[in-house]
Ligand binder design. Structure first.
Ligand SMILES: [Zn+2]
Length: 337
């Protein structure tokens, strides 16, 4: 773990939630570290901008919390992209986080199957996603190699997938809780609503390396009679994960409960230290220049196929901005002369 920023004075915990923030923390007595994510306007503007059916908005909201939670842990400039690819009514979710503080996200829907699933009440994450995988990509720019981690999605939640990923790929015992809800407000003439989301990540990172053991992977098709080697879970980790498993959804999204109060509620007996909070905003990174560059990278025949009513029109999947080009604007230099 990089040296935490300890140059901040101790202070009384904030009373109310600061929206669109990420608060790193440490419970030194239990060798635990983590982050609390609280999202208000950022998640609301993304979800309201797309107008997805409610269960899809909730699922994408969870993915946004997870993507922000992991992306803001990057210690260098770059992007963190969380993407699902599955066979269910929501075949793809994408959360694209750019350091230090920008996030955008979208979902792809199979409208017919989604309508059937919603009518039948099958709207849990497992039913909407189906089976496939979750990919997490770290991109440090054109000259650097990309890192991609994959974990199977097998009808479970994004939380399940995150636990599996950290256990198998990073060998770090991890618990994640994600929550998304609509807050209804009375306004003149009726009610309005806005989305809120939150989450907590907890990891066991012992200083003594011999305590960092995790159970071996299942031996799979090993010969019969081979007992898997088991390692007893560390008591400190059992205590930490048990506490995080008690966190209710409402505690993660309640505007009246600050991240610090939540941490105090969970860990006051052991002592918890918080570090400088980071901020987050919803912002798309698309631009006319980037869309033009993408179009120019296509073969002329593909661009010809894209012409409708005399123009090429491209709509950003993340923010719905539409860019319109004359075919000559993006034609190969040779053919436009
Ligand atoms: Zn955009």
């Amino acid at each position: 773990m990089p040296a935490p920023d300890i140059a901040i004075p101790s202070r009384a915990p904030a009373e109310v939630s600061a929206d669109d923030t990420i608060l790193p923390f440490e419970v030194a007595a239990l060798d635990l570290r983590g982050r609390v994510v609280r999202l208000g306007p950022a998640v609301d503007s993304i979800l309201a901008g797309h107008d997805y059916p409610q269960p899809v908005a909730k699922l994408l909201g969870e993915a946004i919390v997870l993507g922000v939670m992991l992306g803001t842990a990057l210690k260098f400039e770059g992007r963190f992209i969380l993407q699902t690819k599955t066979d269910g009514p929501v075949p793809m979710l994408v959360v694209d986080f750019s350091t230090p503080d920008k996030v955008r996200a979208c979902a792809r829907l199979d409208k017919e199957r989604l309508a059937t699933a919603i009518a039948a009440g099958r709207t849990d994450a497992g039913a909407l996603l189906g089976k496939g995988h979750l990919a997490m990509t770290i991109d440090q720019g054109a000259d650097m190699s990309r890192y991609q981690g994959l974990v199977a999605l097998e009808g479970g939640t994004l939380e399940d997938a995150a636990h599996e990923y950290f256990l198998r790929s990073e060998q770090i015992p991890t618990r994640v809780r994600l929550a998304v809800a609509e807050e209804f407000l009375a306004v003149s003439g009726g009610t309005s609503h806005r989305w809120r989301a939150g989450g907590i990540l907890l990891q066991f990172v012992p200083r003594a390396s011999e305590r960092a053991r995790v159970p071996d992977l299942d031996p799979g098709d090993a010969p019969e009679g081979v007992t898997p080697h088991t390692v007893k879970e560390d008591d400190a980790w059992v205590e930490g994960r048990s506490l995080v498993e008690t966190v209710e959804d409402v505690e993660l999204i309640d505007p009246a409960l600050s991240s610090e109060r939540l941490l105090y509620r969970l860990f006051h007996e052991r002592g918890v230290r918080v570090f400088r909070a980071g901020a987050l905003r919803a912002e798309c990174s698309c631009s006319r220049q980037s869309v033009e560059a993408m179009l120019r990278s296509f073969p002329q025949s593909d661009r010809d196929d894209m012409v409708e009513n005399g123009v090429i029109s491209v709509t950003c999947e993340f923010c719905s901005a539409t860019y319109v080009f004359e075919p000559g604007d993006v034609a190969d230099k040779a053919s436009s002369e």
